[in-house]
Ligand binder design. Sequence first.
Ligand code: TRP
Length: 334
Amino acid sequence: MKTILTGVKPTGTLHLGNYFGAIKPAIQLGHQANAAGDRHIMFVANYHALNYLKDTAQLNQITKEVACAYLACGLNPEKSIFYRQSDVPEIFELTTILTNYTPKGLMNKSHAYKAAVDKNHAKGNPTDAGINMGLYDYPLLMAADILTFRSDEVPVGKDQVQHVEIAQDIAGAMNAVYGQEVLKIPAYVVQEFAQVLPGTDGRKMSKSYGNVIPLFGTEAEIKKAVMGIQTDCQDINAPKNPDEILLFHMVQGIADATVTAEVKEGLEKGGMGYGTIKKMLLAEIMRQVGGLRETYMDYMAHYDTVQDMLNEGAKKARAIAAPNLAKIKEVILG
Ligand code: TRP
């Protein structure tokens, strides 16, 4: 039996980029793991958000939103183990242990830290201005998330590969000290099909750009965003190259193969207007995610039952983590 583990950092208002790029593929992998009899673990990495978000109400709100979102999108908490990171103290004991086997230079290389340093230098600030140890040690906590459960596979987006490599390095370093497999070396699995969906202005879809199509919006809200997708003013009948058209890239990222082919042909031949394509895209979005809103709102309105599920998940997680941690401590402390 393999253990497949993924963490989700809570980020606030979710959009179609999150859905098609992360949520949907992660849940599909979970269903595959469930069907194959593997152990599937998924958790909300709320302490990973703490390095930049200290507002208690806001932190709890985004944790709630992401937990309800994954459930609404089909994560099965009966079959997958689903918990809040902060409810599993074994992870944090292992974090403390791991610090002692982690070369400081390894953390210096972490891309989140390096990006923060680059920002400081660009502004003429001191190297470490405003950088807390939570940001610096981000990959260390993530290594503990993974290693506590003896994970075999960690499905991640490309931006997280480095973090799993750091977990491999730390595990390897600790194993070398004791000449035995204290920690299982995890493999990362890059989710190739998790493509980046462009936003309505052609940049990456992101809340900070104000170019998102909301995942749990009303039909009117989703329609407004879709109608706002930027288009050019080429003649409707002119044959066009679909690859140069933002609207087509959005269709490609969202719609099924039949609709995508139809739009491609309509653009190449000419005669299919952008308004028509936007209507087709809206219909596809509503077909695929339109039904999720109600389920999501229902979980949000009954968060106490969701919290019960998360507490159950934490219990299951701790039942795995505690004996793993005990074995590690036995090696270190005798
Ligand atoms: N760092 C990941 C992200 O930003 C979230 C995460 C935290 C994670 N712990 C993890 C992912 C462990 C995989 C395994 O998306």
